[in-house]
Design a protein around this ligand. Structure first.
Ligand SMILES: [Zn+2]
Length: 176
């Protein structure tokens, strides 16, 4: 939050960040809450394997990620993930099954965004043939057990994939 030097209300340079989410002006007591954003990704399963994207944007450029992103105002998490899948992979997903949520940190242009990432699962019939090259370098199809942890861009995605593997191994979770 070092970029937020001046109070947007009174112009004072005496801004204080509490290290969590509260940015307060010492002069006029204006407070900005840098709240957690809703975001997430989908584990798309195709023929027993899952589709990962290799990111073409910072943060995590060149690393593996799930298709997904941030929810816009007035969107449900499901709508946001479906929109992102449409934009990134040019496919429509009808039904998403919720798996769990994990906190994440996303640094972009000097600002540290904190998110609560909702992880979903969907089975898809056809492998995507087009993707958005500004966002995605390549699509990677892997067995869930073969995804290399150290190549995953974000902690929330790593934890989401671990949960998916765990549910699969326990056979409590069956794909449609
Ligand atoms: Zn102020």
């Amino acid at each position: 939050m070092k970029l937020f030097t001046y109070c947007p209300s009174c112009g004072s340079g005496d801004m204080h960040f509490d290290g969590i989410k509260e940015l307060t002006c010492k002069d006029c007591s204006f407070t900005y809450y840098h709240n957690v954003a809703a975001a997430g990704g989908a584990i798309l399963e195709h023929d027993g394997k899952i589709i990962l994207i290799r990111r073409n944007q910072e943060p995590g450029k060149g690393k593996l990620d799930l298709p997904g992103g941030f929810a816009d105002p007035d969107e449900t998490a499901e709508e946001a993930i479906k929109r992102e899948i449409r934009e990134e992979l040019n496919i429509n997903v009808e039904t998403l099954q919720y798996l769990g949520s994990f906190p994440n940190t996303y640094e972009y242009k000097g600002v540290c965004y904190r998110s609560c990432d909702l992880i979903f699962h969907a089975g898809i019939e056809a492998f995507p043939t087009h993707f958005d090259e500004t966002e995605v370098q390549e699509l990677v199809l892997l067995n869930p057990s073969e995804v290399p942890d150290d190549e995953i861009a974000f902690e929330s995605i790593r934890r989401g994939l671990n949960l998916f593997r765990h549910l699969k191994s326990q056979e409590k979770y069956r794909t449609k």
